[in-house]
Write a protein that binds this ligand. Structure first.
Ligand SMILES: [Zn+2]
Length: 353
């Protein structure tokens, strides 16, 4: 089997971890990987979890050698909307020298690249220069709910000197890329409460604050006109970009044109003083991922909604810690709303990530 055959085989498994109807396919993918790794001479175990299996494979660990743990995931994102696919999502199709299939770039392509490299080295030399521990999971796309307990339970067995993770991308075609950090995330949902029930805008409008308006006002205070996040203390812990980072990223050329082409936006918007790459790779962000409240149906309805909401996510960078900001102080620099004062608009939020 060539590496390409292996990749195509792996891609054909519809290993969508979030959807129960793909349960058997996800398991079949795990079992195929186990047989592949076993066939390479690695001692391979499929560990059951309350969700999808974790696979651990090892060569013979010898004293005096470094231990490398290789992580990847074999599950993939859902495929909907199906109508947007030019070819069936689980039938790998090669167009213009690229493979199109769900999971090809996240993370089966990289996973098979590692496996193929290991298979060749093992076939040629019979062993590797290091102690290898492979850890493949099937729940990355759903937040790895069973990985943490698994790691805790198998702490000794998984001990290593180095972890290699390739669940990342490349800067460009043919540009060897070493990803040495990723931004973290904290998510938040904010609900703005107003009246105890939906109100008629003709009867009460003008006399009570509208939660949808207040939600919009809060959101509008997140950034200044130059793209800086205005939350007090947001940049306090942020570690500055190092000079070697700025210069080596600059050597990659300007990423702006590519981002314009990929996104279809007419112009870039970013934090003043930073290049497009610096904004995407190293600066913390605040994004609105959803906003809503009130009537969403056809036509109009004369309502002042009882509540409105918005969902935020923050990309976090080294030395930033969401836990250090008291919840209540969040956004406190905005227009002076009577937060939790029993007045026109209340505020509640919580972190989950
Ligand atoms: Zn991934």
């Amino acid at each position: 089997m060539s590496a390409l055959d292996d990749l195509l085989t792996c891609l054909r498994f519809a290993s969508v971890s979030t959807d129960f109807k793909y349960h058997a396919d996800t398991r079949a993918c795990a079992e195929w990987l186990v047989s592949k790794l076993t066939g390479m001479g690695l001692t391979t175990t499929l560990h059951e979890t309350p969700g999808h299996p974790v696979i651990v494979a090892k060569n013979k660990h010898l004293a005096g050698r470094r231990t490398v743990l290789l992580y990847a995931h074999y599950d993939v994102q859902p495929v909907e909307p199906l109508a947007e696919w030019l070819s069936p999502p689980f039938e790998p199709t090669i167009r213009d020298g690229r493979i199109y299939c769900r999971g090809a770039t996240d993370n089966k392509g990289q996973l098979i690249a590692h496996v193929s490299g290991l298979a060749e080295t093992l076939a040629e030399h019979g062993d590797l220069p290091v102690n290898l521990t492979i850890l493949f999971e099937g729940e990355e796309e759903i937040g790895s709910p069973n990985l943490k307990p698994f790691l805790q339970e198998h702490r000794e067995e998984l001990a290593c000197d180095l972890v290699a993770i390739s669940d990342t991308g490349m800067v460009g075609e043919g540009v060897g890329t070493f990803t040495y950090g990723l931004r973290g995330i904290a998510c938040m949902e904010v609900k703005v409460h107003g009246p105890t029930i939906d109100l008629h805008s003709g009867i009460f409008g003008g006399a009570v604050a509208n939660p949808a308006t207040m939600a919009a006002r809060l959101v509008s205070t997140l950034h200044d006109a130059e793209g800086r996040v205005l939350i007090p203390g947001f940049y306090d812990g942020v570690r500055d970009l190092q000079e070697w980072e700025r210069s080596s990223w600059a050597e990659l050329g300007d990423g702006a044109a590519e981002t314009l082409a990929l996104t279809g936006v007419p112009a870039l918007f970013g934090e003043a003083g930073y290049t497009e790459r610096e904004c995407r790779w190293a600066r913390p962000t605040a994004e609105v991922n959803g906003i809503g409240g009130g009537y969403q149906g056809e036509g109009s309805k004369t309502v002042i909604p009882r509540e409105a909401f918005f969902k935020l996510s923050f990309r976090l960078v080294p030395d930033q810690n969401p836990q250090t900001r008291p919840h209540g102080q969040f956004l406190s620099d905005g227009p002076s709303l009577p937060l939790r004062s029993g007045g026109a608009a209340g505020f509640a939020g919580h972190f989950w990530g």
